[in-house]
Design a protein around this ligand. Structure first.
Ligand code: GLY
Ligand code: MN
Ligand code: MN
Length: 442
């Protein structure tokens, strides 16, 4: 498995370098320094929050637990990694990496972060820094820190994944699928939300802080809370429904997967079946040249049809979309770019220099408005939910007149449904990373 990655990495690095060099030239810099970041201390305490590395840093190399490290990219020079390995007997200092990717780098070991100033050869060069700014950078002589015109270019290009990145995302998906199956089994064996979470982490082989986002593990009504963050430890509660939105990370690349299960056969499980068919239809529509806003609006029309067929509304799909009825049940975007970050950057970017492609009017939460290209990885995550806040707001308005409130009351105790896959847009048939990963387990 890693042999492939070792073979793919040099071309990935060459691509990141060439994109970066073009961006540096366009912005008038001699080179780029990327700072990995530092752990943030808790207020009035000597303990840090979990460290999350600068995503720009892990784009270059597969180090995610490496605070106070620096990368320098200067055209014509071998890329430099200043690896921070403090003399510290309170913590285990990070081991110097020895994997094959290191042969592509000049590696210098630093005992303290300030020594990077010398090692990076900053004097006499217009170097841009990307990373969290630290106080002591002030007199290092950077030409700019996080200049927007440079960031815009780097972020825009990141949507197109290299073969190495796609392979990392396949690996993340494989682990995610395995952990999802363990979580599902735990649910049906009677585990609490918290125990399902533990089963997930154990099967993924990841600590909670290594997950790309907090697991959403919701039973019953809690499935209506988009980013439900509580892990209820109580056993023996009713088990009408189970929504799990959980990912994993591999070499800094994320997967983002959601599944919904019914505790027993009935109206809600039939609704999940309909949603599954609808979601697969949307996944198949991920194609080069597609405006992602159109995919989002297609999702609304399909959900309008589903609501009508399921007896939740009594108007047509078209009028449900127009009158905002579908938005009561499906209040988020159909998906987003995925990669080094779960909600990856530049989803609205008009072009490499900046600017925004607006969201469709009335759809404030859509995170991706670009036209899809081969190499993009996007999520496709339609859902319907029974959200008290939105239903109460709709009840007395025009939208409320189309809603079949008796059906809503029957389904409200199930919370909601979301099904989410990660899909790689190609020049032809899309690659569904998530479905492929589940299928490979069978
Ligand atoms: N897990 C967050 C999302 O699906 O966007
Ligand atoms: Mn998502
Ligand atoms: Mn998700």
């Amino acid at each position: 498995m890693n042999a492939d990655l070792d073979q793919l990495y040099p071309a990935h690095l060459a691509e990141v370098r060439s994109r970066t060099e073009a961006a540096l030239e366009a912005c008038g810099y001699d080179g780029l320094v990327v700072y990995s970041g530092q752990p943030t201390m808790q207020f009035l305490d000597d303990r840090p929050y979990p460290f999350r590395v600068n995503p720009h840093f892990k784009h270059w190399l597969p180090l995610t637990d490496a605070p106070d490290c620096f990368i320098a990219c200067v055209p014509g020079e071998k890329p430099l990694l200043c690896f921070h390995q403090p003399a510290d007997y309170w913590h285990l200092p990070p081991a110097l990496p020895e994997a094959p990717w290191t042969s592509q780098w000049k590696v210098e070991v630093l005992r303290e972060a300030g020594a990077a100033r010398q090692a990076l050869s900053l004097d006499g060069r217009r170097m841009a820094l990307v990373g969290e700014a630290r106080q002591f950078f002030a007199d290092w002589g950077f030409a700019a820190i996080n200049p927007p015109e440079l960031l815009n270019r780097l972020h825009y290009q990141r949507a197109v994944k290299t073969p190495y990145e796609l392979e990392c995302m396949r690996q993340a998906s494989a682990t995610g699928a395995r952990a999802h199956v363990a979580a599902r089994d735990a649910f049906f064996e009677g585990a609490s939300e918290f125990e399902v979470h533990l089963a997930y982490c154990e099967a993924a082989g990841l600590r909670e802080e290594e997950l790309p986002y907090g697991n959403i593990i919701a039973f019953n009504e809690a499935a209506a809370v988009m980013h439900y963050q509580h892990l209820d430890p109580r056993r023996g509660r009713p088990r009408r429904s189970f929504l799990i939105d959980a990912g994993t990370e591999f070499r800094g690349y994320a997967c983002d997967i959601t599944r919904t299960y019914a505790g027993a056969d009935g109206e809600f499980s039939a609704l999940i079946g309909r949603m599954e068919a609808l979601q697969l239809e949307l996944c198949a529509a991920v194609s080069s040249g597609t405006d992602y806003r159109d995919l989002h609006l297609l999702a609304h029309r399909l959900i309008g049809g589903l609501l009508n067929e399921a007896g939740l509304i009594d108007c047509s799909a078209e009028s449900a979309v127009e009158a905002g009825v579908t938005g009561v049940f499906f209040p988020h975007g159909i998906g987003h770019l995925l990669g080094l970050q779960v909600h990856d950057v530049a989803g609205l970017a008009r072009d490499p220099t900046g600017g925004e492609i607006p969201r469709p009017a009335g759809h404030p939460y859509l995170r991706l408005t670009r036209q899809l290209e081969p190499g993009f990885v996007v999520t496709v995550e339609p859902g319907i939910y029974f959200i008290d806040l939105l239903l109460d707001a709709a009840r007395d308005g025009a939208a409320g007149r189309s809603i079949r409130w008796d059906a809503v009351e029957r389904l409200r105790p199930f919370g909601g449904i979301r099904i989410e896959d990660d899909v790689h847009c190609t020049a032809g048939v899309p690659e569904n990373l998530t479905r492929d990963a589940f299928a490979a387990l069978d």
